[in-house]
Structure formats: structure tokens, C-alpha cells
Design a protein around this ligand. Structure first.
Ligand SMILES: Cc1cc2nc3c(=O)[nH]c(=O)nc-3n(C[C@H](O)[C@H](O)[C@H](O)COP(=O)(O)OP(=O)(O)OC[C@H]3O[C@@H](n4cnc5c(N)ncnc54)[C@H](O)[C@@H]3O)c2cc1C
Length: 295
């Protein structure tokens, strides 16, 4: 069998560096100011997709919506073993919340598909909402399995997955196509293959090719077809290519506005000690209720 699989991957700011200075006045993160990394859950989602391909056959495509610099992330996906990659980038997509992000991703998956399997990470370490996977499944009208730990079996018309639940796990069976969000513990990402790195390090997007000196001597379209022939072209989709509704894109299409992001540093002097006695626990509960932690 040949299963056509797409993996949604995100380049994220290395959140161990986030502070007020990197926020723009409109409440969005100034991504250009931060070192970026491969969202950890997504690297595992890609690994699981590659393992499914290696076990059951097929093709793996990695897609990302982000600034032009997210092409680096897609090269990493190629080095890991992705068969194809696609960058979705447009200034009009900037500042998107999860609603707008999942809209663009679902439109892209429909354009590049059809796919049998859609993988995503459980969560991105910057927005931390874990919303994009389930929202994209809804927009594509697909069944979804979240918190996946293992793909147990895959047949022409169904998949069997082990997913984490509170206090244990459950084994789920779903028809195809299906969207699966993956836990970081599900697999250990394979290292970049040196042979693939050497062969694919010159893979470029249209935007990167536009900036290359070669364009002085050769029309861009010719350069793109050269790169396509060499298997070094990173497909790049813009708003026009997708034909999406601007009202549903970027800041315009995002009901959620992030007003402020700050690093919360918990310091010792804020804590209160309670004796491990019946009275002490009583006092602790009273103070938690007082501070509206519950009750
Ligand atoms: C500090 C902070 C707080 C935020 N709070 C909110 C909020 O409360 N509500 C809100 O709607 N938005 C919020 N955002 C914006 C949100 O980060 C973006 O909408 C983002 O594109 C998707 O949300 P997420 O980062 O929570 O991803 P998640 O929903 O956690 O991502 C889950 C998975 O979806 C896939 N995915 C997510 N984004 C992309 C992408 N761009 N390309 C490809 N795959 C992707 C990945 O597989 C990822 O593992 C916040 C952003 C920041 C920086």
C-alpha cells in the first residue's frame, strides 16, 4: 500500500529566550528577534510519519506556515527523510491566531492532497494552545486522534492508534483519512542523514532563489525549473496560490489578540509553609479558596 502522509511542522521561537523586548506594539511576537527551533512535538510527529512510511509504504510531505526564514525548518525535514516539503508564506498571514492558522493549513492540505494521514504535534511551545491540530481536522471534516503515542496498525481503510489518557491509555481505530496529533514521547527523532544533508542543503524556495545572484543571468522561472529538475525546489505557496479569503487570514482573521507576553519567574519568598497536620491542611485549603484557586 502507498499511504500519502502530510505533517504540519512549525518553526518556533526558542521560548527559553522570550521576554517583553521581543513583543511588537500590536501584541505579536517579533520572530525576527528570536533564535528559532524545530517545534519539539513536530519533530516527533515527522519521525512517526517516517516510521509509518518505512513500515507500510508511501510518501511524506512536511508543510509549514511561517515567514520566509521557515525554509530552514523544511530543509531539516528533508535531512530527516521527508520526501517533499512546502512553505506557506505571505505577509497577509502574519499575526495569525489558531483559527486563522488552521484555516490556511486546511486550505493547503486540500490543495496538495488528497492525503490518507495528517500528522501534527500535540502542541507548539510558543502559543502552547494545542488547538491547531483539532481545528484543522474540523475544517477538513476528518476524524481526529489526539495525544497519540503509537501507530499500532495501518490497513487500506483503517488505522489503529494508542493514545494517552489520564491515568492510562486507550486503543482507537479510525477510518482514513484521519488527523493525528502526536506526543513528544511517541518516538525519538532520527538524526539528519549526512548523505541527505549534502544532497539537499541547496534546496531553495522561490523567495530564496529570487535573492540569488544567478537571477541576474537567468530568468527566475528558468532557475526554478532547474532546481525542480535537481529535486532542490521547495514549493512555496502564497495567498494568491491558495486563493484564500483574506478576511480569514492573519491578524484580520484572528479573533484572539495576544496583548502581552512576559516571563513569569517564581521567587522563593512568595511561598507559604503549612504543617503536615490536619489543621495545617485545613489552613492550606482555606488559603487556596481565599485565593480562588478553587471553590
Ligand atoms: C505567547 C503566545 C500566546 C498565544 N496565545 C494564543 C491563544 O491563546 N489563542 C490563539 O488562537 N493564538 C494564540 N497565539 C498565536 C498562536 O501561537 C498562533 O496562532 C500559532 O500559529 C498557532 O497556535 P499555537 O502556537 O498554539 O500552536 P498549537 O495549536 O499548540 O500547535 C499544534 C500543532 O499544530 C501545528 N502547527 C501550529 N502552527 C503551525 C504553523 N504555523 N505551520 C504548520 N503547522 C503548525 C504543529 O504541528 C503544532 O504542533 C499565541 C502566540 C504566542 C506567541
Amino acid at each position: 500500500m502507498n499511504f500519502n502522509t502530510v505533517v504540519m511542522v512549525k518553526q518556533v521561537p526558542d521560548t527559553s529566550n522570550i521576554s517583553g523586548e521581543v513583543m511588537k506594539p500590536d501584541g505579536t511576537v517579533n520572530r525576527a528577534k528570536l533564535p528559532t527551533i524545530f517545534n519539539p512535538d513536530d519533530k516527533v510527529a515527522l519521525e512517526l510519519a517516517l516510521q509509518v512510511r518505512d513500515r507500510f509504504g508511501g510518501k511524506v510531505t512536511a508543510v509549514t506556515m511561517g515567514p520566509p526564514k521557515a525554509a530552514e525548518l523544511l530543509r531539516d525535514c528533508l535531512y530527516m527523510g521527508a520526501d517533499d516539503v512546502c512553505l506557506i508564506t505571505d505577509r497577509k498571514f502574519g499575526g495569525a491566531d489558531t483559527l486563522a492558522t488552521s484555516y490556511i493549513l486546511s486550505e493547503t492540505i486540500q490543495k496538495l492532497g488528497p492525503f490518507d494521514l495528517v500528522f501534527a504535534g500535540r502542541q507548539a511551545i510558543d502559543g502552547d494552545t494545542a488547538q491547531v491540530g483539532p481545528q484543522t481536522a474540523e475544517k477538513l471534516g476528518l476524524p481526529q486522534i489526539t495525544y497519540a503515542e503509537e501507530v499500532i496498525d495501518l490497513k487500506e481503510d483503517k488505522i489503529v492508534v494508542k493514545r494517552r489518557i489520564d491515568g492510562g491509555y486507550e486503543i482507537l481505530e479510525s477510518s482514513l483519512p484521519v488527523l493525528i496529533t502526536v506526543l513528544q514521547e511517541a518516538a525519538t527523532p532520527r538524526p539528519f542523514k549526512a548523505t541527505r544533508l549534502m544532497a539537499l542543503k541547496n534546496a531553495r524556495t522561490r523567495l530564496e532563489l529570487e535573492k540569488m545572484p544567478e537571477t541576474a543571468a537567468k530568468p527566475l522561472d528558468e532557475l526554478i525549473s532547474d532546481y525542480k529538475n535537481k529535486g532542490l525546489y521547495i514549493q512555496t505557496l502564497s495567498r494568491e496560490d491558495l486563493g484564500v479569503d483574506l478576511e480569514r487570514c492573519g491578524i484580520q482573521g484572528s479573533p484572539t489578540k495576544v496583548h502581552k507576553v512576559e516571563s513569569v519567574v517564581l521567587t522563593g519568598e512568595e511561598h507559604k509553609q503549612f504543617p503536615a497536620t490536619r489543621e495545617g491542611i485545613g489552613e492550606l485549603l482555606d488559603s487556596l479558596i481565599e485565593e480562588h484557586f478553587f471553590g
